[in-house]
Design a protein around this ligand. Structure first.
Ligand code: SF4
Ligand code: SF4
Length: 177
């Protein structure tokens, strides 16, 4: 079976830290589309240290239930990146890639839309060409269906409050609906 793999290639040397990608991502995913701009809600985060001339976009990846055991340091082009800085996970160790009000995990969804956009919005808004959209076709044994945003959110609520409390709350909401 063939599958289209969508990726965004990052050219770190071209990123100037303008953060337009964070702004448009948060606006596109606002509760009311384009109704607000809050980079804390973006699914891309630019590591931003102007004094060290250090800019590095990182996309939000999968939700991680637990902290990882190891910590790494990265040296790229002679610049040192902090332990967790380049990690894409929404995990208990830090506040990034979490919806600021609810704490629910955020993940880049490649701006999936129907009909689909020609290119994800952060790519369209990056005028430095630091983000380049790419598609490739890959042979896969079977299609892996990734959990959608609602499922990931529910999983994180169950992790936080327990299954029974989450079910009881949903049941109460159903009664009120
Ligand atoms: S829009 Fe492009 S140049 Fe600006 S911060 Fe994002 S990746 Fe960097
Ligand atoms: S591809 Fe879309 S969802 Fe992902 S970071 Fe870019 S703007 Fe946000």
């Amino acid at each position: 079976m063939k599958r289209i793999i969508k990726t965004i290639r990052i050219d770190v040397d071209k990123c100037n830290g303008c953060r337009a990608c964070e702004m448009i991502c948060s606006a596109f995913h606002a509760a009311e589309r384009y109704g607000s701009v809050n980079p804390a809600r973006a699914r891309i985060r630019v590591i931003h240290e102007p004094l060290r001339d250090l800019y590095f976009p990182v996309f939000a990846g999968d939700y991680a239930q637990a902290e990882c055991a190891g910590r790494d340091k990265y040296i790229i082009n002679g610049k040192e990146f902090d332990e967790c800085a380049l990690c894409r996970a929404s995990c208990p160790s830090r506040d990034v890639f979490k919806e600021p009000d609810s704490g629910l995990p955020l993940r880049c969804d490649m701006c999936e839309e129907d009909p689909s956009l020609e290119e994800p919005l952060c790519v369209q808004w990056c005028h430095s060409d630091a983000l380049v959209y790419e598609e490739r076709e890959e042979e896969v044994e079977e299609e892996v269906i990734k959990p959608d945003e609602l499922e990931i959110g529910l999983e994180s609520l169950v992790d936080r409050y327990g299954l029974q409390k989450t079910i009881d709350t949903l049941a109460r909401m159903l009664e009120r609906a």
